[in-house]
Design a protein around this ligand. Sequence first.
Ligand code: SF4
Ligand code: SF4
Length: 215
Amino acid sequence: MIIAKQKDMTEIAKMVAPYSRIYVVGCGMCMTYCSAGGPEEVEKLAERLMAGREDLILEKGMIPRQCSEKFIERLEEKTRDFEAILSLGCGNGVQAVAMRFPDKRVLPALDTQFIGIEKESGLWTEMCMACGDCILWRTAGICPVTRCAKGLLNGPCGGSQEGRCEVSNDIPCAWQEIYYGLKRLGILDYLKTEVQIKSWSVRPGRLAREELKPQ
Ligand code: SF4
Ligand code: SF4
């Protein structure tokens, strides 16, 4: 899931300051689930904006996904009389809405953080940076790109202490976890093969539906 958090109100107020007709729209998928851009957050943000501006004409709404053309289409009629759309979608959603309405100001109300999982209620942990070349099969399902503070691909830096990362005692050393994971699975030999340095230039920025299908 994509995780985001609301921007500081000062920044949001500055972004919307030049506009007096604003449509605030939330997203019904990840942003609702991580409590950054669901119906409640849309409601609260709208209230706070209205409280600070007497001149403001504001409408609010939700669409199921801001990253899908078929749902963005629903905004056509609703946003017709508005100068700006304040989106509580992730960076993906904001851009998709901006592409659909190139003559309107489309503004991000959120800061997109990462792809992660919910560790416990309300606490999210980053798990994947969408690098486009997944090596989890050789690292016991633990991502060193994301979970090693230095993003090391071929083993630990040597600085871990009692299983904790040298960068912070709060973080488990990803490579120690990889080691124990591989050992548990009886595939420690994987550590003897070198992982090629990632070529970030091959990170896919565009994929056609056909390319996404299993070969
Ligand atoms: S290696 Fe890590 S960052 Fe890359 S796709 Fe796999 S989980 Fe995501
Ligand atoms: S201590 Fe472990 S997690 Fe931290 S930077 Fe070194 S190898 Fe990576």
